[in-house]
Design a protein around this ligand. Structure first.
Ligand SMILES: O=C(CO)[C@H](O)[C@H](O)COP(=O)(O)O
Length: 210
């Protein structure tokens, strides 16, 4: 199981220092949608050039113009690019084609998807990376990522499953015996008093449930 650090709602300088501080405990660095909206592909290029050893994810949350947006992010140095599950099939297909060209990954964000039918359609299109996700606004009404969310992706062969949504070192144990591949944590690290310590504790907890 890998740990992905999500960098949301922060400045360029805060992003760079958080990556530096947590570097040894984090496997994937996610540049959040809001950060990308603020700084564009320049922030992807900068993080890629300063931290070439880290897998970089651009949380583009693309839902249209998929070919162009996937190309933008892969060109800038991202290895993983996100798209929304509700996007048109053509958008997903074109993004998967671009990913193949760049030997990258398209991660489908299942935010708002409750129907296994859509997940199966995406699988049939060739999607193999899925993110179970409870969004920031839903979290404020106590909708957090939970073990039951895995029902949506049950039985999909050869897939990589990510989970996100208000996960902290205190809640990691809820995911014992679930097939998580990538645990995504944002505020649980970025909002901690000592982010490096939070990332280290998360890593330890992850080993305990593995
Ligand atoms: O994609 C996101 C928001 O849309 C976040 O990156 C993801 O939810 C993780 O952040 P947190 O742990 O703070 O929920």
């Amino acid at each position: 199981m890998k740990l992905q650090l999500a960098l949301d709602r922060m400045t360029r300088d805060e992003c760079l220092s958080l990556i530096q501080e947590t570097y040894e405990f984090v496997d994937i660095v996610e540049m959040g949608t809001g950060v990308i909206k603020e700084y564009g592909m320049a922030i992807i290029r900068e993080v890629h050039s300063q931290f070439p050893g880290k897998t970089l994810l651009a949380d583009m949350k693309t839902c249209d113009a998929g070919k162009h947006e996937a190309k933008q992010a892969f060109e800038a140095g991202a290895e993983i690019v996100t798209a929304m599950a509700f996007s048109a099939d053509r958008t997903i297909e074109e993004m998967l084609e671009v990913a193949q060209e760049y030997q990258g990954i398209i991660l489908i964000d299942l935010l708002g998807i409750h129907d296994v039918v859509r997940v199966k359609e995406l699988y049939a299109l060739g999607v193999r990376h899925f993110c179970l996700h409870k969004g920031k606004d839903m979290q404020s009404t106590n909708h957090l990522a939970k073990a039951e969310d895995f029902e949506l992706v049950q039985g999909l062969a050869e897939c990589t499953i990510y989970i996100a949504g208000g996960i902290t070192q205190e809640t990691v144990h809820h995911f014992k015996d679930t097939p998580i591949d990538i645990l995504i944590v944002g505020s649980g690290i970025t909002g901690a008093k000592i982010p490096a310590q939070a990332a280290q504790h998360l890593k330890q907890e992850m080993q305990n449930i593995n």
